[in-house]
Design a binder for this molecule. Structure first.
Ligand code: G3D
Ligand code: MG
Length: 195
């Protein structure tokens, strides 16, 4: 029986990617989600449970973004959302220097999970409009990104959810990372089926 090899199979079409957005409470996740979706700023309340929105990227893939509340009691359920994720967006309030360490520790915990192994990470260094905000280089260093993310695609993007600055770049990077994550999963699945 002739088996079709990968080279002869149809090109992959990525239609949808699942994106998980995490970060401490008040980092700006919900504001970012609605700014990305509607290009508008909405009054946000602390998220109880989660918000979910589909974001069109202008490419042949749409992103389903899950914004999961970041308060202490919600962090214990973050693990439940790690299944089938094609990209992680981790939001940091760059102006809240007192909580940078707490934020870093939460990210480290997430990255340790096997369920999110190799999943690309975009860190959004949010609230760059506020005085004394840490810049992307500082966050990269403080969060030890090179060490914790050596086995996956990652990027730290400075941004401001209120003005939208930095968001187009973040979306472009996220889209490209998420697409390659979906593709490599599909390839792994194809090889698995052929075995
Ligand atoms: P969360 O979903 O991560 O918990 P929210 O955070 O989106 O609810 O935002 C928490 C607060 O931070 C909100 O202010 C929001 O307006 C503010 N915020 C979000 N992004 C930015 C930003 O880039 N710059 C500044 N200056 N503020 C931002 P309130 O006052 O409603 O609590
Ligand atoms: Mg919220």
């Amino acid at each position: 029986m002739v088996r079709m090899g990968l080279a002869r199979s149809k090109p992959f079409k990525v239609k949808q990617a699942q994106i998980l957005m995490l970060g401490l409470d008040s980092a700006g996740k919900s504001t970012l989600l609605y700014k990305m979706k509607f290009n508008d700023v909405f009054l946000t309340l602390p998220t109880v449970g989660f918000n979910v929105e589909m974001i069109e990227t202008g490419e042949n893939v749409s992103l389903t973004v899950w914004d999961v509340g970041g308060q202490h009691k919600m962090r214990t359920v973050w693990g439940n959302y790690l299944e089938n994720v094609d990209g992680l967006v981790y939001v940091v309030d760059s102006s809240d220097r007192q909580r940078l360490d707490e934020s870093k520790k939460e990210l480290e915990l997430i990255l340790k999970s096997d369920r999110i192994k190799n999943v690309p990470v975009i860190v959004l260094a949010n609230k760059q409009d506020l005085p004394g905000a840490s810049d992307a280089e500082e966050i990269t260093r403080k969060f030890n990104m090179k060490k914790h993310c050596h086995d996956r695609n990652w990027y730290v993007q400075p941004c401001c959810a209120l003005t939208g600055e930095g968001l187009p770049e973040a979306l472009r990077k996220l889209t490209s990372f998420a697409k390659s994550c979906v593709k490599s999963k599909q390839e792994a699945f194809t090889i698995f089926k052929q075995d």
